[in-house]
Design a protein around this ligand. Structure first.
Ligand code: COA
Ligand code: AMP
Length: 647
């Protein structure tokens, strides 16, 4: 049986937690002293526009200076800042803090020369290469606001983000590499720009040898050429409350939400988290096996490790297939990684390929300390497998793009608690998490409800949505006054451990990525033969959930269902992107609805997952659920009968 970490001493956690709640200004003001400030703040927490809160108002600092230049000046100039390890191109490259500062300063000069000013936006659509991180820091250096778009999104999604962010410049590469497949990025960008209304002044394109692309004269510039001649630019003092970046995350409609991150509060919270949540010290190697395009990549590949003076690993590969399920162990051994952060789905993928850990046994991981998992629920089976294999603490922690850093975790720098598999343990200092019923009353232990975080949220969390305070307030702050609504359901047990049971809205979690079924429905609805559609997330043993579409065809359509389904799969891939993992759809004659016309997605999902369900009293026509049940039964491999309870 795997053992859980010993109860070392939880008083440091209790002390930190109590202090953070009793006196947030004292707690975060002390934490902020670890950074360099060009001008001290006037107020730690500014509540003058509540429920919109701001941290460190009046303070001036620069995130790039604190993450890079500060370490060059303080003795880390020759330490590795970034290790780029790319099994898909057989490349390993180490960049010291001094080299990184120089490259970032030069690229900031490129942006300046292209007219990018403080507050201007820069969209970054790039693969897992150090240049992506350099582009992000170059923006931070001059106060431009970056918005990184994940490479697995299709041109339509990129276009939506371009129109919302209105960038002055777009940074891209000629291609990305997906295991055996080269993905040319330039045609995707060109298509996105033709769909978007906004026209950026320039695109800077990093040419990669495995696939070079044509540059559009007058608009496109070759990255290497412009970077070689640019004059370096120094860090600019910024308001702590100035935006550092916008990161779009799925909304329950097709329109993504532009999560804004500020400079000051973000740097304070991330730096604090490295020592206290992740238990990492300056000089150690921290690897977050994610992608720059996700919040995990922003916080724990790009910003937090460097703010803390660590070495970060930029890995252009996958847990399996590049070349095998021993890849993570190879990287950990080769680069002396002390802490790894990834999503449970990566471990499920490794477990599927190497269930006995034969590849693991080939590597020396004696210096490896802790595995952190987040992005989706860590199922107890995966927890036990990883724990038994690694013989190290396996820490489930829960957070969201919106929060930018963990809300609940077993804080390794504050004395670990015994693990309860299935729980990300307890709220991190700074967060008060309550479980609420429909009326907003706090629920007793072990009763499931809406997971909500009491306002004000700690520093580092989103202050608002990009140019849309109204949507921020409506989406997150209105349902339960005084609280931030997470969109997750869950409960807290008698020992204060939090259990997150899943989303209660129309967002699904696929391979650790948060996706909107609304965006997929929009794509399906654009097919000429489709009259109505619904997409739900159904349980999947590898990727947690996969989307499943239901479509009703227009009257008179006589084409074969299989042909239409094939087109629908291609349509979602083209409009949302391959990352949607949309590969299955069923044609039905009607969708199950309430009498007021709302599609009964929750019931459909329960049926698809083989869970117990009851006939909704408001259903318009129970026969529609019979048809759904039969269609799902026909695709189900198991023989478990599906039937309503008491219906
Ligand atoms: N550019 C272009 N296409 C991309 C892409 C990118 N950056 N990232 C993914 N895709 C494509 C994949 O190639 C795949 O295409 P396919 O349908 O043609 O096979 C599709 O999008 C789905 O990607 P994904 O769900 O990631 O599946 P996968 O089979 O490629 O990999 C895992 C599965 C489990 C190995 C991978 O999802 C993983 O490593 N996840 C854990 C780490 C992580 O990123 N977590 C995120 C937050 S911590
Ligand atoms: P994202 O914004 O993409 O990071 O997705 C956030 C969502 O992922 C959360 O609202 C949860 O639904 C889910 N999630 C993230 N981490 C965990 C976790 N440790 N346990 C359960 N769900 C998680």
């Amino acid at each position: 049986m795997p053992t859980t970490p010993a109860l070392v001493d939880h008083t440091p956690y209790e002390r930190a937690y109590a202090a953070s709640i009793a006196d947030p200004e004292g707690f975060w003001g002390t934490a902020a002293a670890a950074l360099h400030w060009d001008k001290p703040w006037d107020r730690v927490l500014d509540d003058s526009a509540a429920p919109l809160y701001r941290w460190f108002t009046g303070g001036e600092m620069n995130t790039c200076f604190n993450a890079i230049d500060r370490h060059v000046l303080n003795g880390r100039a020759e330490q590795a800042a970034v290790i780029y390890d790319s099994p898909v191109t057989m490349t390993v490259r180490t960049i010291t803090y001094r080299e990184l500062r120089d490259e970032v300063a030069r690229f900031a000069g490129v942006l300046r020369s292209l007219g990018v000013k403080r507050g201007d936006r820069v969209i970054i659509y790039m693969p897992m290469m150090p240049e992506t991180l350099i582009g992000m820091y170059a923006c931070a250096r001059i106060g431009a606001v970056h918005s990184v778009v994940f490479g697995g999104f299709a041109p339509h999604e990129l276009a939506v983000r371009i129109d919302d962010a209105q960038p002055t410049v777009v940074l891209t590469a000629s291609c990305g590499i997906e295991v055996q497949r080269v993905v040319p990025y330039k045609p995707l960008l060109d298509q996105a720009l033709s769909l978007a209304t906004h026209v950026p002044a320039h695109c800077v394109v990093l040419q990669r040898d495995m696939h070079r692309c044509e540059l559009t004269p007058g608009r496109d510039l070759d990255w290497q050429v412009v970077a070689a001649t640019a004059a370096p630019v120094d860090c600019v003092p910024l308001q702590a409350t100035d935006p550092l970046y916008i990161l779009y995350t799925s909304g329950t409609t097709g329109m993504p939400k532009g999560v804004v991150r500020d400079n000051g509060g973000h740097a304070v919270a991330l730096l604090w988290s490295m020592q206290h949540v992740y238990g990492v010290q300056a000089g150690e190697v921290f690897w977050s096996a994610s992608d720059f395009g996700w919040a995990v990549g922003h916080s724990y590949i790009v910003y937090a490790p460097l703010l803390a003076g660590c070495t970060t690993v930029v890995h252009e590969g996958k847990p399996v297939g590049t070349p095998d399920a021993g890849e993570f162990w190879r990287v950990i051994q080769q680069h002396d990684v002390r802490v790894l952060f990834t999503a449970p789905t990566a471990f499920r993928a490794i477990k599927r390929e190497d269930p006995t850990g034969a590849l693991f046994a080939k590597y020396d991981l004696s210096r490896f300390r802790t595995l952190f998992l987040a992005g989706e629920r860590l199922d107890p089976d995966t927890y036990h497998w990883a724990r038994a294999l690694l013989q190290r603490p396996v820490i489930d922690h829960w957070w969201q793009t919106e929060t930018g850093w963990p809300v609940a975790a077993n804080c390794m720098g504050l004395g670990a608690f015994p693990v309860k598999p299935g729980s990300p343990t307890k709220p991190v200092p700074g967060y008060v998490v309550d479980i609420l019923d429909d009326e907003g009353h706090a629920m007793p232990p072990n009763r499931e409800g809406a997971v909500a975080i009491r306002l004000p949220l700690p520093p580092g969390t989103l202050p608002t949505l990009w140019r849309n305070d109204a949507r921020f307030i409506e989406t997150y702050l209105t349902r339960y006054p005084g609280y931030y609504l997470t969109g997750d359901g869950g409960y807290i047990d008698e020992d204060g451990y939090l259990f997150i049971m899943g989303r209660v809205d129309d967002i699904i979690i696929v391979a650790g990525h948060n996706l909107s079924t609304g965006a997929m429905e929009q794509a399906l609805a654009s097919h000429p033969d489709v009259a109505e559609c619904a997409v739900i997330g159904v349980r999947d043993p590898l990727k947690t959930q996969l989307p499943l579409g239901f479509v009703v065809l227009k009257a008179g359509v006589m084409r074969a269902a299989a042909d239409i389904v094939g087109e629908l799969v291609q349509l979602v891939r083209a409009q949302v992107g391959p990352v949607a993992n949309f590969k299955q759809a069923l044609v039905v004659s009607r969708l199950p609805k309430t009498r007021s016309g709302k599609v009964l997605r929750r019931t459909m999902r329960a049926i698809a997952d083989g869970e117990a369900w009851t006939m909704p009293p408001t259903i318009d026509d129970p026969a529609t659920l019979d048809e759904i049940t039969a269609a799902l039964e026909a695709r189900r491999p198991s023989t478990t009968p599906i039937s309503p309870i008491g219906g």
